[in-house]
Design a protein around this ligand. Structure first.
Ligand code: WT7
Length: 642
């Protein structure tokens, strides 16, 4: 049997304790709206909805119409009111080795203080707040405080540059930035507030009125009186009592910027009721969550959607006890994650394939030196997981017994859409398997015709043919781009185009194969080719640049760039390559830094002037060239090959 055919049935032992409920599929198929209403009822609604779904304004859905709720109340207050105030919500591990346990009662006090202070700053429901912070508890408190007040947060990954921060602040017109003085990076305190200052000091007035700063590292911090405030001098002294108002189910909860096929990131908008319903539903079933028993750990960062849905909103809505870790997996050494698993008795561990492959490279003797027997369920997200990594993950981390949930979803979908259900459905190494109950998907060709199961040659496009509760409601400020990007491809059918290629095997299970657009996936992070090209041509020595994603053993894809220098530029190539890598790190983030940069005399183009990325990918991966017949000048390759 090949890898692909091996199927792992749900273990009988596991099924006995699972939330797993095979009848879920049938219930959802029989009456989808009633099913979602049932799921929404795991939340507290201040006012009930009058209609489950209004799709009359397609492609913008309204879920739980007229319903009112408060996300922070659902994630914190109600657990305290139900008598669970002493349960630990967050076992926080700082990178340097400091740690803090935060109970639900303490979380309520902190969120209330922060909410009181943000209100005192004059912020009102609907205003936007940028959060630019490492993985400290105050980052989660800030998100919840915004949610509590109906402020729409925009979390910007703390490894993004000042210019990336500024463009997100401007696009969302944020009135407040919450940040830290600095962040720990493998034992070094590096500044972060300085990047906020740089972002705001570009000569043009910004919408930002205040910068609220958490002291994390004690690093020396530049200060603008009147604008800047210390968290410990303000929030810490605010009242710990705050009564939460209810907001409309369609109130915008957050904006999260993600890469598309152009250089400008898209502000994906998520709302309140449907989003929280699906985040909580999926966290409950996919991770088979047992409140008060499980110790759950999602290793993502709040700078990405995984952190929003599976560190903050889903788990806390379900009264999870979770680990939040500030640092890298190899600080102070490669044992860090397993020390944390042992310390807290982690039962559910959710990470990305790139990290699994990194662990594989470090060697199994490292996890083998630890007692990981508390782990009973493993999760994977961010890219297709290769069967070899899947097996290693199950064998070495899951003691050969833990089911793996391979969860397919996107920033745009807000929550998990496809995954095996532990204890209910089978799993195959590398397959996302089937849509969850309540979700439907199809794999189709470019005309919208379903690809036959078992058809291995023709790979199709993954589409979502019905609205789902946590779906994006738009791109901030750009309804046209929203339609164009997701709904134009199958406009006549009203399907959402996910941008992923997929196939369906003979059992009817879905395999997601990767992006079919100009979006790369590096370590589970989405980066657009256009964004990196834009940064490269920003260098004075570069005339033209083309960027492609190529396979990489650890990161899934790596970035390969081809650049043409300005005529007359006479640089040694090592020097320009080093400068260009630095430029991209500076302009976007170190995660977008190309692995390879090749200086070339020409780029392969079609007669209409389009760069043939497919051919560049062939070159970068050392393959024989595909069809070159549409090229203006096929001879261009003689100069391109290494
Ligand atoms: C893209 C979305 C969802 C949170 C992390 C990434 C790829 C994600 C899987 C999976 C195959 C996957 C897709 C998708 N992807 N999970 N389990 N199997 N591919 O969120 O940055 O919005 O990226 O990640 O290509 O479109 P994102």
């Amino acid at each position: 049997m090949t890898d692909i055919q091996t199927s792992y049935p749900p273990s009988a032992e596991f099924a006995a304790v699972a939330n797993g409920d095979a009848a879920l599929y049938a219930r959802a198929a029989a009456d989808r709206e009633a099913f979602w209403a049932e799921q929404a009822n795991r939340l507290h609604w201040h006012e009930p909805w009058t209609q489950v779904l209004d799709w009359s304004g397609a492609p913008v859905a309204k879920w739980f119409v007229d319903g009112k709720l408060n996300v922070a109340y659902n994630c914190v207050d109600r657990h305290v009111l139900a008598g669970h105030g002493d349960q630990v919500a967050i076992h926080w591990e700082g990178e340097p080795g400091d740690s803090r346990d935060i109970t639900y009662a303490e979380l309520l006090a902190e969120v209330s203080r922060a909410a009181n202070h943000l209100a005192a700053l004059g912020l009102h429901a609907g205003d936007r707040v940028a959060i630019y912070m490492p993985m400290v508890p105050e980052a989660i408190v800030s998100m919840l405080a915004c949610a509590r007040l109906g402020l729409t947060h925009s979390v910007v990954f703390a490894a993004f540059s000042a210019s990336a921060l500024r463009s997100r602040i401007d696009d969302a017109q944020a009135r407040l930035v919450i940040t830290t003085d600095g962040q720990w990076r493998r034992g070094q305190a590096v500044s972060l507030k300085a990047a906020v200052d740089e972002a705001l000091a570009d000569g043009q007035a910004s919408t930002v009125e205040h910068v609220l700063v958490v002291r994390r590292t004690g690093i020396e911090t530049p200060w603008t009186d009147g604008r800047d405030q210390w968290w410990h001098e303000t929030v810490a002294h605010a009242s710990a009592e705050h009564v939460a108002d209810a907001f409309d189910a369609e109130h915008p909860l957050y904006i999260l910027y993600t890469s598309g096929t152009t250089g400008k990131p898209k502000g994906i908008v998520h709302t309140t009721g449907g989003y929280l319903t699906q985040a909580a539903y999926t966290h409950h079933y996919v991770f088979d969550h047992k409140p008060g028993q499980d110790v759950y750990w999602c290793t993502a960062d709040i700078g990405w959607v995984t952190g929003h849905s599976y560190i903050v909103y889903g788990p806390l809505a379900n009264r999870a006890t979770e680990v939040v870790y500030e640092g890298t997996p190899n600080f102070p050494d490669e044992h860090r994650h397993w020390n944390i698993v042992e310390k807290y008795g982690v039962t559910v561990y959710y990470t990305a394939p790139t990290l699994v492959r990194t662990f594989m490279k470090w060697g199994r003797e490292i996890p083998d030196a630890h007692d990981l027997s508390s782990i009973r369920l493993l999760g994977s997200v961010g890219e297709p997981i290769n069967p070899e990594a899947w097996r290693w993950y199950r064998e070495v981390i899951g003691a050969g017994a833990a089911p793996i949930v391979d969860t397919w979803w996107q920033t745009e979908t807000g929550a998990i859409m496809m995954s095996p259900l532990p204890g209910v459905t089978a799993a195959k190494p590398g397959a996302a398997m089937k849509p969850l109950p309540g979700i439907t998907a199809k794999v189709v060709d470019d005309k919208g015709v379903s690809v036959d199961p078992g058809e291995t040659e023709a790979n199709g496009y993954l589409v979502l043919d019905q609205p789902w509760p946590s779906m994006l409601r738009g791109i901030w400020g750009d309804p046209e781009r929203f339609r164009e990007t997701y709904w134009a491809m199958f406009a006549d059918r009203g399907w959402y185009f996910a941008g992923d290629g997929a196939k369906v095997d003979a059992d009817g299970d879905t395999w997601v194969l990767g992006r079919v657009d100009d979006v790369m996936n590096v370590s589970g992070h989405r980066i657009s080719t256009a964004e990196v090209e834009h940064a490269l041509v920003g260098h004075a020595g570069v005339a033209e640049a083309a960027v492609v994603g190529v396979s990489d053993e650890t990161t899934g894809q790596a970035i390969a760039a081809f650049v043409i220098l300005q005529s007359g530029v006479d640089y040694p190539s090592e020097q320009i390559v080093a400068e260009l890598k630095a430029t991209v790190s500076q302009e976007i983030s170190p995660i977008a830094k190309p692995r390879d940069i090749t200086v070339v005399p020409e780029l392969p183009k079609t007669r209409s002037g389009k760069i043939m990325r497919r051919l560049l990918r062939d070159i970068a991966e050392g393959r024989t060239l595909g069809d070159t017949s549409t090229l203006v000048d096929p001879k261009v390759f003689d100069a391109l090959r290494p």
